[in-house]
Design a protein around this ligand. Structure first.
Ligand code: NAP
Length: 236
């Protein structure tokens, strides 16, 4: 198998789906993870029909056992993992006194613990071969805050800190860690359907996929620490 074996979390919709389609087109064997088995099954089929290679594994990224089983299945089938795109994420936007403890747990479990669990599960396999590339899809609000964003921005700041620390732990082992920080992107994330007029000026999901592709296609001696992208309509 000379194709790169690449796991993408949150692949059923939005950015994760665009990243999966682009990387499959570029020759990666993409392992597409999300909870909705039907949607990732359809994505696997769509990629296969287009001449690419994909495997759908239904997985809740916040569940340690499910994440370990998904990674074990990839290792059983392919013997290695080259790249991981930690993309799965949700947002809950309320003022702090309106947030429920359950909101807090859900967002932190998916956005922060999910990135940690998938990274923890793949690291031994990358360490064993002395190479690999771990990517995080964080957010521009990993670096700025806004009213109503206390929970979501806390989760994205935490994701930023996690990947930045991780880079310092594994760079000397030959493992790259890169983070993409998008501004507004036209996906299902904002409670609208992708393609709605309201989001017409936002970044397209494939703009993020192109950034991911650039990062993953750098030569071995180059490490892209981070890329931040905004639509022209959004002030930073
Ligand atoms: P989206 O269209 O709502 O897609 C979210 C994806 O995450 C779906 O595939 C969903 O699949 C998956 N997901 C959610 N909970 C999951 C779980 N527990 N386990 C596994 N997968 C899960 O949103 P998006 O805009 O593409 O968001 C992708 C990432 O980009 C997120 O981390 C988000 O924070 C970040 N981001 C988005 C924007 C934006 O403006 N859209 C800007 C900056 C950063 P299932 O529901 O099937 O599990």
């Amino acid at each position: 198998m000379d194709k790169k074996i690449t796991i993408i979390s949150g692949a059923s919709r939005g950015i994760g789906r665009a990243v999966s389609l682009r990387l499959a087109h570029e020759g990666h064997f993409v392992i597409v993870l999300a909870r909705n088995a039907e949607e990732i099954g359809e994505l696997e089929h769509e990629i296969d029909e287009a001449g690419g290679k994909a495997l759908a594994i239904a997985c809740d990224i916040s569940d340690e056992k499910q994440v370990e089983e998904a990674v074990n299945q990839v290792i059983r089938d392919f013997k290695r993992i080259d790249c991981v795109v930690n993309n799965a994420g949700i947002g809950v936007f309320k003022h702090a006194d309106q947030l429920e403890a359950d909101d807090w747990d859900r967002v932190m479990d998916i956005n922060v613990k999910g990135s940690f669990l998938l990274t923890k599960a793949v690291l031994p396999h990358m360490k064993a071969v002395g190479k690999g590339h771990i990517l995080g899809i964080a957010s521009d609000v990993s670096k700025r805050t806004f009213a109503g964003g206390s929970l979501y921005t806390a989760s994205k700041y935490a994701q930023h800190a996690f990947f930045e620390s991780l880079r310092r732990e594994v760079r000397s082992l030959g493992i790259k860690v890169s983070v993409v920080y998008p501004g507004l992107v036209d996906t299902y994330f904002h409670g609208e359907a992708q393609g709605e007029v309201k989001q017409a000026e936002y970044l397209h999901a494939d703009d993020i996929a192109q950034a991911v592709s650039y990062i993953l296609n750098t030569p071995p001696h180059v490490l892209v620490d981070e890329i931040m992208l905004h639509p022209m309509c959004q002030e930073w």
